[in-house]
Design a protein. Structure first.
Length: 71
């Protein structure tokens, strides 16, 4: 997984660098992605690219995505 679409009311602009903190379904721990770049903004939606993603974080995101897609 290389990125995500996010909906937010926070003001961001293209090329902003962020740290993304997520709560995944059925998990108590927060998932932190420390290097994220905003690639586009449309209204309250933005596309982000994960610049650095360790193997475990990538695995957790892919499992969460597979569960969402199975519904």
């Amino acid at each position: 997984m290389r990125g995500a679409l996010i909906e937010t009311h926070t003001f961001v602009t293209t090329d902003d660098q962020l740290t993304l903190v997520l709560t995944l379904p059925n998990q108590a721990d927060l998932l932190e992605i420390p290097a994220v770049a905003v690639r586009w903004v449309r209204g309250n939606q933005l596309g982000v690219e994960f610049l650095k993603l360790d193997t475990e974080t990538s695995r957790q995101l892919m499992v969460a995505r597979a569960k969402r897609d199975a519904v």
